[in-house]
Design a protein around this ligand. Structure first.
Ligand code: GTP
Ligand code: MG
Length: 198
């Protein structure tokens, strides 16, 4: 797979706009500001492909990225942004559910949580949705560069505990500021799109 050959495919607001065809797809879910767009850029070694911002709640669309005509990444809208209204929250939930429930080519939805914080009730709800479709889940703990090295194992254990992760689930520590987690995550993605069970 030639990672240089990656581009935005569409910022979709409705299923009619989702990519057609059966290229495998990997979705990235998690609260606003957790680092979804940054992770996509890091995986692709591209600085500004997926837009990132200091202002949470910007991405209210599902942004699809085509990677070398072999794979799609789907950057899902972030949740947990306090200022969002009730009707917007409802719209968000509908959009995510519609996407998850009707996307045959979806090889996995990866949940991102901030390694510094206890996963929120929204994270738990999101993971329940994901578990509804997949037996095992992949969770990535972001921003580990912001933790002291000696605290990382404790934080990972706490996340495992709060999210009730099992031995068969995957939890990868990740940082965009160094290469922490990048190869491990690509290994998992490559297994998934080859159709192998990870
Ligand atoms: P929404 O699009 O609002 O849902 O947010 P997002 O999940 O896409 O987050 P985004 O990638 O825009 O990152 C939010 C902020 O966190 C940005 O300021 C990033 O630079 C920062 N950030 C993301 N990943 C890391 C990381 O691994 N380490 C550090 N130190 N900062 C990070
Ligand atoms: Mg984003």
């Amino acid at each position: 797979m030639n990672l240089h050959n990656a581009s935005i495919y569409i910022s979709a607001v409705s299923p009619a706009q989702y990519p057609k065809g059966m290229l495998p797809e990997i979705a990235f879910a998690g609260r606003s500001n957790v680092g979804k767009s940054s992770m996509i850029n890091k995986l692709l070694n591209r600085k500004g492909l997926a837009r990132t911002s200091q202002k949470p709640g910007k991405t209210a669309t599902i942004n699809f990225y085509n990677i070398d005509d072999k794979l799609f990444f789907a950057d899902l809208p972030g949740y947990g942004y306090a200022v969002r209204s009730h009707s917007e929250t409802k719209k968000w939930g509908g959009m995510i559910e519609e996407y998850l429930s009707d996307r045959e080519q979806l090889a996995a939805t990866i949940l991102l949580v901030d390694s510094r914080h206890k996963p929120s009730q929204d994270d738990i709800t999101m993971l329940d949705w994901i578990r509804h479709y997949y037996e095992n889940v992949i969770v990535v703990a972001t921003k580990v560069d912001k933790l002291k090295t000696r605290d990382i194992p404790y934080q990972l254990d706490m996340i495992k505990d709060v999210l009730s992760l099992t031995e068969d689930d995957i939890l990868i520590p990740f940082s965009v500021n160094d290469n922490e987690g990048r190869i491990s995550l690509w290994d998992v993605i490559n297994l998934l799109i080859a159709g192998d069970k990870y």
